[in-house]
Design a protein around this ligand. Structure first.
Ligand code: ATP
Ligand code: MG
Length: 201
C-alpha cells in the first residue's frame, strides 16, 4: 500500500489564477496529499496554434502565486523539456522520482477531465495515477459517467468552490484595460503589468 500521496496540478497557467489555487488546496485537504506540485506546460499539445506566453514567464507567475503556501511546490520539468509535453511522460517522471512508492493524484478541472480520451495515451496515464475532477462552473460532472467504467473508477470527484475564472477571460480583460484584481494573487497581477503581458497588439 502506498502511504505517500502526491498531487500534480498541471496547466498552461497563462496566467495562474484563484480557480487553479482553490482546487489544488481543496484536493490537498480532501485526499490528504503531502504536497501539490504545480507543473506549467512547456509547449502544450492542446494549444499548439496559440501564441502562448513564454513558458518561463508562466512558470515565474506560478512560482509567485504559490510562494505563501508551504505544501505547494513548482516543477519546471515540462518548461525545461524541449518540444511538446505529454502528461503521461511527466507523470512517469514524477513516479520515478518517488521510486514508484507514491500514489499520484492528477488534479484537473471538470472541463479537462471530460476530454481525457483526447489526451496522449490515456490508458497508460490512468495506469500511473488517479485523477481528481474538480467542479468548474459550466461543466457538468455527471457527464463523467459516460466514460468507460475502467476509466471512471480512476477518477475521484472533488467539490470545491466554483470560481468562474479563466485565464482566457483574464487575458481579455488585460487586453481591454478592465480590472483583474481579486481574480488572481496580487503578485501575479503586478508581474503581468510589469512585463506588459496580454497587452493590446
Ligand atoms: P485557458 O482559459 O487559457 O484555457 P484555464 O483558466 O482553463 O485557461 P488552464 O491552465 O487551461 O486554465 O487549466 C489548468 C487546469 O486547471 C485544468 O485542469 C482546468 O480544468 C483547471 N481549471 C482552470 N480554471 C479553473 C476553475 N476556475 N475552476 C476549476 N478548475 C479550473
Ligand atoms: Mg483551459
Amino acid at each position: 500500500m502506498k502511504e505517500k500521496r502526491i498531487g500534480i496540478m498541471g496547466g498552461t497557467f497563462d496566467p495562474i489564477h484563484y480557480g487553479h489555487l482553490v482546487i489544488a488546496e481543496a484536493a490537498w485537504y480532501a485526499f490528504a496529499l503531502e504536497k501539490v506540485i504545480f507543473i506549467p506546460t512547456g509547449s502544450p499539445p492542446h494549444k499548439r496554434n496559440n501564441h502562448a506566453t513564454a513558458a518561463e514567464q508562466r512558470a515565474e507567475m506560478a512560482g509567485l502565486a504559490i510562494a505563501s503556501n508551504p505544501h505547494f511546490v513548482l516543477s519546471k520539468i515540462e518548461v525545461e523539456r524541449q518540444g511538446f509535453s505529454y502528461s503521461v511522460d511527466t507523470v512517469s517522471a514524477i513516479n520515478q522520482q518517488y521510486h514508484g512508492a507514491a500514489a499520484i493524484y492528477f488534479i484537473t478541472g471538470a472541463d479537462a477531465v471530460l476530454e481525457i480520451d483526447t489526451w496522449h495515451k490515456p490508458e497508460q496515464l490512468l495506469s500511473l495515477c488517479r485523477f481528481v475532477a474538480a467542479t468548474r462552473p459550466g461543466f457538468d460532472l455527471s457527464r463523467l459517467d459516460k466514460l468507460p467504467s475502467a476509466w471512471r473508477d480512476k477518477i475521484d470527484l472533488l467539490e470545491s468552490p466554483g470560481l468562474d475564472i479563466s485565464s482566457t477571460d483574464i487575458r481579455q480583460r488585460v487586453h481591454d484595460g478592465r480590472p483583474i484584481k481579486y481574480l488572481l494573487p496580487e503578485s501575479v497581477e503586478e508581474y503581468i503589468y510589469q512585463h506588459q503581458l496580454y497587452g493590446k497588439a
